[in-house]
Ligand binder design. Structure first.
Ligand SMILES: NC(=O)c1ccc[n+]([C@@H]2O[C@H](COP(=O)([O-])OP(=O)(O)OC[C@H]3O[C@@H](n4cnc5c(N)ncnc54)[C@H](OP(=O)(O)O)[C@@H]3O)[C@@H](O)[C@H]2O)c1
Length: 327
């Protein structure tokens, strides 16, 4: 697989990464360990060098899984993890106090069975800790060799600028896909200006853009999508228009809707590296196939024109979680 550079940081990764969250957390029961390890190994064998986890995924179990599965390949890979929640639990609120960041770094290093974290993201901006202190703490960890690069997630323009002035940010990881394009307004121009790479999360719209989910789909009891307004049955029915568009383009290109959703992201900027997640081998293969699809200028204009006619229904997060983004 080809590689891409995340901005001017020097961090080079496979053009598609693997989002590992769903193997342990958020979308129903965790995948059985043996199966999860198989999937991670298959990803490495297929050329993926960029793996995304967080203290909060589980919490802790996702990092432990990656530590176990990826140890044999460690030196070929870029492993990204995240700090920033109280005790690693998103439900308990944010905690980016410097002492906590250090604590997470040490614990993540152990769980990941490694001596350095390649990319350490702040998961959400903590309103109680000046962003300069957060960036300064990560800067110290970089000087100590425990962390290689600094990242932020769902941060707003001001926070990114202030943090970047203290410790250059290598990558921003925020939601971006054909049904969530707000980053195009202010965030992407800023990333371009500062030379920061962009790692779109939920690039498949948490599965919706693949066409595998419709208004009748039911989710497991603990699936996060049960509380996302964009995933109510009515919203799914209204938003089907976007899947129909992807399906139409996919047919023209002899591809699948998931592949078009990813190829569209890859076509936006050369410093974008999406991290689709899956728990299934055949979908891993399908998603990686998107790197071979080229969308021409005409294709992109056709998608743009059609997408601009579609009004997406429902917020991408419930109210209490929306308050945490864009800060
Ligand atoms: N920074 C943050 O705050 C944040 C937030 C969310 C996610 N993330 C990161 O971003 C990664 C990806 O985001 P995400 O998992 O939320 O969403 P996503 O990648 O957009 O979609 C994942 C969902 O799509 C399904 N799927 C994947 N490929 C498919 C295919 N080809 N056909 C049909 N269904 C398919 C998966 O189900 P199966 O498992 O059944 O295939 C899963 O339910 C996460 O793993 C995590 O590392 C970060």
């Amino acid at each position: 697989m080809k590689t891409r550079k995340l901005g001017i940081s020097g961090l080079e990764v496979s053009e598609l990464g693997l989002g590992c969250m769903g193997l342990s957390f958020a979308y129903g029961p965790a995948t059985e360990i043996k199966e999860a390890v198989k999937l991670l190994h298959a990803a490495v064998e297929k050329g993926v060098t960029f793996f995304d986890t967080a203290e909060a995924y589980g919490p802790f179990t996702n990092e432990e899984l990656l530590g176990e599965a990826l140890a044999p390949y460690r030196d070929k890979l870029v492993i990204a993890t995240k700090f920033g929640f109280k005790e690693g639990k998103p439900a308990d609120g944010m905690d980016s106090r410097p002492e906590r960041i250090r604590e997470v770094a040490e614990a993540s290093l152990k769980r990941l069975k490694t001596d350095r974290i390649d990319l350490f993201y702040q998961h959400r901006v903590d309103p109680n800790v000046p962003i300069e202190d957060v960036a300064g703490t990560v800067k110290d960890l970089i000087q100590e060799g425990k962390v290689k690069h600094f990242g932020m997630s769902e941060a707003g323009v001001q926070s990114i600028r202030k943090a970047h002035a203290v410790q250059p940010v290598a990558a921003l990881q925020s939601e971006y896909s054909l049904w969530w394009r707000e980053p195009e307004e202010e965030i992407m121009p800023l990333l371009e200006e500062l030379g920061i790479g962009f790692v779109p999360f939920s690039p498949l719209g948490k599965g919706f853009l693949t066409g595998a989910i419709n208004e009748n789909t039911t989710f497991a009891k603990d699936d996060f999508r049960n509380i996302v307004p964009r995933f109510t049955s009515e919203a799914r029915s209204a938003n089907q228009a976007m899947v129909d568009l992807l399906t139409k383009i996919a047919q023209e290109k002899q591809a699948t809707p998931a592949q078009i959703a990813l190829a569209w992201l890859l076509a936006q900027k050369s410093w974008i590296v999406p991290i689709p997640g899956t728990t299934k081998l055949h979908r891993l293969e399908e998603n990686l196939g998107s790197v071979d699809i080229t969308l021409s200028g005409d294709d992109l204009r056709q998608i743009e024109q059609a997408a601009s006619q579609i009004k997406i229904e429902g917020a991408r997060y419930p109210e209490h979680l929306l308050k945490r983004v864009g800060k």
